[in-house]
Ligand binder design. Structure first.
Ligand code: SF4
Length: 398
């Protein structure tokens, strides 16, 4: 929007938004961590106190999980932080906790319910905290895709591999059809396993729902070509593919993506290299293929954290992942002399993750402390059984 258009609408840019957006000439400002102005407290002291009291009252009965992309005001109450799979396993390792409060998004709470005991109840503080990527593959669409593969005569040769960031229904579909779940840390191992399940020359993988993780792993880590991958578009008849294209492919990628990581572009990489000479570009494999190809390092959230821990003082890093995490890492490593900037020039929060805020967390904790079970996420038994099968195959990966 031009300045003239802004004036027409009588909209005043917020100083906070400008601070977060940065000013291009000063990469440090893009960390979004300095607040020199008169800004409201990010964590209302009354709410902080109420959350603390409710949590204290619940004691060992509650276990709060905080995903890496959560806001600071929420993460301060997490008993443990991590990626979605680590958190689900942490919850399963705490059977004495009757309530698992998941500060993350819906599919993560489902996975926690699948992996925890029947006595443990998983709570998502805001039911609107979904994941746009997980929503890009519905059970109906995936069943229709399987019919297309059957009609093309290749369903028998196809092994589904689904990213952890998928609904319980998709995980169950995967389990039912002999496939496995993967995370961004073990995607290559999952694909190696899948191609070993049949005749290597004819076996194919249906990778759901993140096309980028599937393509990046196949091409970057396994030496396949871009031509070995086809894109199945659930909004087109037969996925927009001919039977010949499906038969010729090794990887059938579902047309889904993460709306946060999908925003990084080749321009983001080129720009940051110009602005910050000597910078190391480190991105998540949910980024587009051209971004991953132009980066110096690629890895999961846990990989990113470990790489920065091991980085020498004085090194410079541009990180391509969710902004809450990048800001926290910039703050954490600044005293060690490591300069960490956000890869893009614009704000890149996960809007659905950010739905879990302090008011919702306080409401969930106070409700539980008063004996009211709210926002429970419960996966039905049949879905749970097949989803668990797929998750167990992942746990058994070499
Ligand atoms: S960051 Fe992307 S994949 Fe993760 S919850 Fe948000 S939209 Fe989903």
């Amino acid at each position: 929007m031009t300045t003239a258009q802004t004036q027409d609408l009588d909209v005043q840019p917020s100083p906070l938004a400008l601070l977060l957006l940065g000013r291009e000439a000063d990469p440090k400002s893009e960390r979004g961590v300095e607040c020199p102005g008169d800004l409201p407290s990010p964590s209302d002291p009354d709410l902080v106190e109420r959350a603390r009291k409710a949590k204290e009252k619940l004691g060992d009965k509650v276990f709060v999980l905080g995903h890496h992309y959560q806001r600071d005001e929420v993460i301060q109450f997490a008993d443990v932080t991590g990626d979605s799979f680590k958190l689900a396993r942490d919850a399963a390792a705490r059977p004495e906790a009757e309530y698992i409060v998941f500060c993350g998004v819906h599919f993560m709470a489902e996975s926690a319910d699948i992996l925890t005991s029947d006595d443990q109840k998983v709570v998502l503080p805001d039911l609107a905290a979904g994941c746009s990527m997980a929503d890009m593959a519905t059970a109906e669409q995936v069943a229709e895709c399987w019919d297309v593969l059957t009609e093309a005569g290749i369903a028998e040769q196809v092994v589904p591999v689904s990213y952890m960031n998928s609904s319980a229904d998709i995980k169950a579909f995967t389990g039912k059809h002999g496939g496995t779940i993967c995370t961004s840390s073990n995607a290559k191992r999952a694909l190696d396993w899948a191609f070993e399940q049949g005749e290597p020359s004819t076996t194919k993988v249906l990778f759901l729902p993140d096309q980028h993780l599937g393509r990046n792993t196949a091409v970057r880590d396994m030496g396949m070509s871009l031509e070995d991958c086809v894109l199945y578009n659930p909004h087109k008849p037969n996925g927009g593919l001919t039977a010949e294209e499906l038969r010729a492919a090794k990887m059938i990628l579902w047309r889904g993506h993460c709306s946060v990581h999908g925003r990084f572009s080749l321009d983001s990489v080129n720009d940051v290299r110009e602005r910050v000479p000597g910078v190391n570009v480190l991105v998540h494999p949910e980024c587009r293929h051209e971004v991953v190809a132009a980066a110096d390092y690629v890895g999961s959230t846990e990989y990113i954290i470990k790489a920065l821990e091991a980085a020498p003082a004085g090194s410079k890093w541009a990180i391509g992942t969710e902004l809450n995490l990048v800001r926290r890492l910039a703050n954490r490593f600044a005293p060690e002399g490591k300069e960490i900037v956000f890869l893009d020039k614009t704000v890149c929060f996960c809007s659905t993750m950010n739905r879990i805020d302090l008011p919702h967390l306080v409401w969930a904790l106070e409700s539980l402390a008063e004996g009211n079970l709210v926002n429970r996420i419960e996966v039905d038994k049949e879905t749970e059984a097949f989803a668990k099968l797929a998750l167990e195959r992942m746990l058994a990966l070499p």
